[in-house]
Design a protein around this ligand. Structure first.
Ligand code: GDP
Length: 191
């Protein structure tokens, strides 16, 4: 539950470069620009653990962070129209391969902009993950951009749309939902 000890481990551009599966892993996924890096930095109380950037889809690699008990896998952001089909196919193969073969993977945290949840690739990822029996926690980020009423509605709709997943509102900038996220992510980790 204390993620402050998380440190960068390595960046894996292909499946053969994954670190040994020697501790429990939680994967973080989301569209480019959804706010995934900001969320990781907020959860770990570190200004620059995951790199935030406006350059879309610059890395097609899985970045790993860990401490002595737990590992986070930061999956490459997806969903940018300008990415060539060959790169999209590579992305898909890397992610699906990782989800399929990673026996230490305990769950997926899916980061979505609260104003645009559950777009195509988000749904694809939920489909893949569910097929492998993985648990999901959905984080609706940038909640600060919505009114109270809109926040309430998007949370209700998202929960109704994805059966069996937990979901919450989140904001890195306004620090909304940080403790709730830590608790939900910890709940994905087996004792
Ligand atoms: P990533 O591509 O998913 O890793 O997204 P980033 O974390 O790099 O964030 C993308 C952009 O959204 C940046 O300009 C951030 O400053 C902004 N951003 C991230 N989280 C929030 C948030 O909770 N609220 C607001 N208003 N902006 C955010």
């Amino acid at each position: 539950r204390d993620f402050r000890t998380m440190r960068f481990l390595l960046s894996a551009p292909k499946l053969s470069a994954l670190p040994p599966a020697d501790r429990c892993e939680i994967a973080f996924a989301g569209r480019s620009n959804a706010g995934k890096s900001s969320a990781l930095n907020a959860l770990c109380e570190q200004g620059n653990l995951a790199r935030t950037s406006k350059t879309p889809g610059r890395t097609q690699a899985i970045n790993f962070f860990d401490n002595d008990r737990l590992r986070f896998a930061d999956l490459p952001g997806y969903g940018f129209a300008r990415v060539p089909p060959a790169i999209k196919a590579e992305w898909g193969a890397l992610i699906e391969g990782y989800l399929a073969e990673r026996e230490t993977l305990a769950g997926i945290v899916l980061i979505m902009d609260a104003r645009r949840p559950l777009l195509d690739f988000d749904r694809q990822l939920i489909e893949w993950g569910s097929a492998y029996g993985l648990a999901f926690h959905l984080m609706l980020t940038k909640a600060d951009k919505l009114s109270r009423n809109e926040q309430h509605n998007v949370l209700r709709r998202t929960r109704a749309a994805v059966e069996g997943a937990t979901a919450q509102l989140f904001s890195s900038t306004k620090r909304i939902g940080i403790e709730e996220a830590r608790a939900a992510i910890s709940a994905l980790v087996p004792d």
